[in-house]
Design a protein around this ligand. Structure first.
Ligand code: C5P
Length: 239
């Protein structure tokens, strides 16, 4: 049975479960935020779409041997997950140059990389999640060299699986953000969510943006774009 709310983030709420010390319920909200919360809007149905898309992706990744906090989908907006202590590192993987990378380094928008680029950002709203190197990550978050090697290896493996999955539904996986957490036995697993809120997806034929950039840039209907992603994923034979 659902217990008390432990935490409310920008896009999700976390609840305890009575009698299950090491499990949690994640409830996906209808809120969309961008620019570190400066832009905020509520879209009816967004929580459901991110929940079903994220559940589908975690199930697909489990089939590919990638473990995560995901246990089961409980309702339209809720997931049962293993409790993890989130490591305050946002791991970003990039296949094509756009977003903060092009601004920071002056790289031409849309150039594809031969090898994916993995970046670490310090997850701290007050500091606007700054880019950090591995020494910073060790100093600020207490991770070890071995942990960082695991995060990079997992991020690249997840990228390869998701590139293939999205390619099959007619989308290019441009970039995405992952979070990892420690389970009670110390094991590090993929956590949080993977959804159009945390990925950039471009339609292979039209190059149309099919992710949260339509909200960030105010040039599209977020719900219909997320609905299209879900409708295409539902047809995916792999899960
Ligand atoms: O803004 P930037 O180009 O660094 O974003 C890279 C990727 O990480 C994008 O797919 C974006 O949606 C995701 N991201 C995220 N949460 C953040 C920062 C970036 O999901 N706090």
């Amino acid at each position: 049975m659902k217990g008390t709310m432990l935490y409310e983030g920008k896009a999700k709420k976390v609840y305890t479960i009575l009698g299950e010390e090491y499990q949690r319920i994640l409830e996906y909200k209808d809120d969309a935020t961008a620019f570190n919360g400066k832009k905020h809007e509520v879209f009816r149905g967004k929580g459901r779409l991110n929940n079903v898309i994220s559940s589908h992706i975690f199930q697909y990744l489990h089939q590919q041997g990638i473990s995560s906090h995901f246990i089961d989908s409980l309702s339209e907006t809720e997931q049962l997950v293993h409790h993890t202590c989130i490591i305050p590192i946002e791991v970003v993987v990039r296949n094509i140059a756009t977003g903060s990378l092009t601004k920071r380094f002056g790289i031409e928008e849309g150039s594809a990389f031969d090898q994916p680029i993995v970046e670490f950002y310090y997850k701290k709203d007050e500091l606007n999640d700054p880019l950090m190197n591995e020494e910073h990550a060790k100093l600020l978050t207490g991770v070890t060299d071995e942990d960082l090697t695991l995060l990079k290896q997992q991020a690249k493996a997840i990228n390869a699986h998701l590139q293939q999955m999205f390619d099959e539904i007619g989308c290019t996986l441009v970039d995405f953000k992952l979070e990892f957490g420690r389970m009670h036995d110390g094991k590090i697993v993929l956590s949080d969510e993977i959804s159009p809120d945390t990925c950039r997806l471009w339609d292979k034929e039209t190059n149309q943006k099919m992710d949260k950039d339509v909200f960030r840039q105010g040039n599209g209907d977020l719900i219909s774009v997320y609905e299209t992603i879900w409708n295409r994923l539902k047809e995916d034979i792999h899960v």
